[in-house]
Every structure is written in C-alpha cells, then in structure tokens.
Design a protein around this ligand. Structure first.
Ligand code: GLV
Ligand code: MG
Length: 338
C-alpha cells in the first residue's frame, strides 16, 4: 500500500503556511496541567469549558521519575476527553533530553488528529525546528494523521533570542512562540530567582533635587522582559505567527500577573500561560479587548468607511493608521465573541 503523503515537504520555507487554512483559534491562555496526577486529569472535562487551550506538561516541573507517568497520563487525558474547540497541546521534553523521542513516538500515533500543537522548549535556532518538522512528517505519515501538527517554540535561551527571526521562519508548521522568562534568566546569567514578572532591584532613580540632594528619590521599576517581548512580537508578526507571554510564577500576586499579561497584550501578544486556576480569569479578561476600546474602535471604522483620510473624534486625530489599529481590536472582539 502506498504510504499516506506527509503534510509538509520539509523546509518549504516561503510557501504559504498550511495552518493558515485551519480555523482561527482564540488562544488567550495556554493552561498547563501536570498529566501524571490523577486528580488533575479528573478535572480536565471541567477545564475544557473554561480555557482556550489545555496543555499537558511533560518538561520542567515534572520530576524525572514521573516523566513516563506524565506521558501516559497525557495520552489518557487526550483519548478520554472530547476537546471540541478547545486546543489540545503538549509541552514535550527538550530535544537533547533522554525522554523526547519516546514523547513523540508515543503521543503522535496515540492521539493523531486530536493533537493540535507541540510546544518545543529551549529552541536555540532553526535547526531545532527543522529536526522536529522532519520527525513529525515521518510520524504523521506512519500514523495516518490527516491534520498538520503545529509547532510552538519557547524562546528561553540567549541563543534562541539571537536567532528569533530564523526560528519564526523555520517551518510552515510554526504556530507561534512564547517567552520563557525563567530559563531565559538562567541562560543570560541574570541574578534573579523568579518565574517572570519584575524585580525590585531593576529600576532607575529619579534625578536628585539640587535644592535637597540628600532627600529620598523616587525609584521606577523597569520591565525586565520588554526587549525580548518586542523582538519576539516583531518576528512572529513578520512570519504570521502568534506571540505569547509565558509563565508568571508568583500565584499570590494576581495584580502583578495582570500587569505583566496586560503589557504583553498591549505589545501585540495573543495570550499567556496560565499555571494556576486564578490566572485563567486574568488571562481571559486581559486578552479579550475591553468593551470601551471596542466601542471607540468601531466609531473610527464607521467614521472612515473606506479606511482612508483623516477625521477628528473626541478631539483626537484618526487616519489610515489608526483605522488599522481599530480594525485589529474590532476583529479580535469578533473572534473572541464567535
Ligand atoms: C518557561 O519554560 C520558562 O523557563 O520560563
Ligand atoms: Mg523553561
């Protein structure tokens, strides 16, 4: 019998992304679950109705002696549940780990078309994506998978950041990218022990008042992740991918989590990771456009039906460029409401 044709001619760089033909998904949060825990698996049916994406985590945070149980648990939760429009993703172990080959060889044939996206950690360059792309083509062809399995890269090493554009362009399978602040901090030699968010020591001091040079000066905390997020968003938008902020580890600080997510949203990200149930509503709120913003954006579109020219609305100038910004917001609102 003739083997089924692989979805992708590997490395068809520049070809239209096949995933463009797939339905546009709302992916405001990628919700992480540890699949080796039975009590967590039992909650998956309930979770499916609450989140946009359920991700089975096999990599960091899963102890070495639970890797096989996590892999088996993920297959079980994938087979037992109907995910409907909710995405089913997996974070596999990194490519130089002893577990990754078994992760792929087990999961692809077991879940076939149910699996939407593979999240690949610690991506350093295009070669990592090329390797996974080829391996997936082989596994899909062998298992008779009929829907392309997409790749999501975690940007979490200094070298990965250096190569972000080539990673984004590496394969038509690329769905998107997430910033991984914890591994990135280690890789860069940053002096922190946190999973995302700010640091009270990373700040600038306001100028001293010459009249009272010894008076306490205001200090403004800076965003540690701005540079990387901006590079990642530009690379993703250039190649038609989605950008995501990754994890926020201080579950007790919901205000700081919301601020970090909002920065990502305003900068162009589609969503963020949620590691704790309290973060789900935060992501839903932040990554859905605000009703007042949508109403204002609609006024811009209505005032400039063909998208050209200049008008004043509430004392502010609007033109072709703000029309495009307004369209981004209105389109997202429609997609979220659909
Ligand atoms: C995520 O994997 C991170 O390292 O932040
Ligand atoms: Mg990491």
């Amino acid at each position: 019998m003739k083997p089924p044709r692989a979805f992708f001619q590997p490395l068809a760089i520049g070809a239209p992304a096949p995933y463009a033909a797939l339905p546009v998904r709302t992916e405001r949060m990628i919700h992480f679950v540890p699949p080796h825990m039975e009590k967590v698996r039992a909650k998956v049916p309930q979770l499916i109705s609450q989140v946009d994406v359920v991700l089975g985590n096999l990599e960091d945070a899963i102890p070495a002696d639970a890797k096989e149980a996590a892999r088996a648990g993920f297959v079980q939760m994938g087979q037992e549940n109907d995910f409907g429009d909710t995405g089913l993703w997996v974070r596999i172990n990194c490519l130089n780990s002893p577990w990754v080959l078994d992760d792929l060889m087990t999961i692809v044939p077991a879940l076939k078309d149910k699996l939407d996206v593979i999240m690949l950690p610690k991506v350093e360059g295009a070669w990592d994506i090329h390797y996974l792309d080829q391996l997936l083509a082989q596994l899909e062809a062998r298992a008779g998978v009929t829907k392309p399995i997409l790749i999501h890269a975690i940007l979490e090493t200094a070298q990965g950041v250096k190569n972000v554009e080539e990673i984004a362009a590496a394969s038509p399978r690329m769905q998107g990218m997430s910033l991984g602040p914890a591994d990135l901090a280690a890789s860069r030699g940053m002096k922190t022990t946190r999973v995302g968010g700010g640091h009270p020591g990373y700040k600038v001091l306001a100028d001293a008042d010459p009249a009272s040079p010894d008076a306490p000066r205001a200090a403004y905390q800076q965003d540690l992740w701005h540079y990387t997020l901006a590079r990642m968003v530009d690379a993703c938008q250039t190649y038609g991918l989605k950008a995501f902020y990754g994890p926020f580890g201080d579950f007790s600080d919901t205000a700081a989590c919301e601020a970090q997510f909002r920065n990502a949203f305003l900068m162009g990200c589609a969503g963020a990771w949620t590691l704790h149930p309290t973060q789900i509503d935060i992501a839903k709120r932040v990554f859905s456009p605000d009703a007042d913003e949508v109403a204002f954006a609609k006024r811009i579109l209505e005032a400039m039906p063909d998208g050209t020219g200049a008008v004043m609305i509430d004392g502010k100038m609007q033109d072709d460029a703000t029309w495009k910004q307004a369209k981004v917001i209105v389109d997202l609102a429609r997609q979220v409401a659909a």
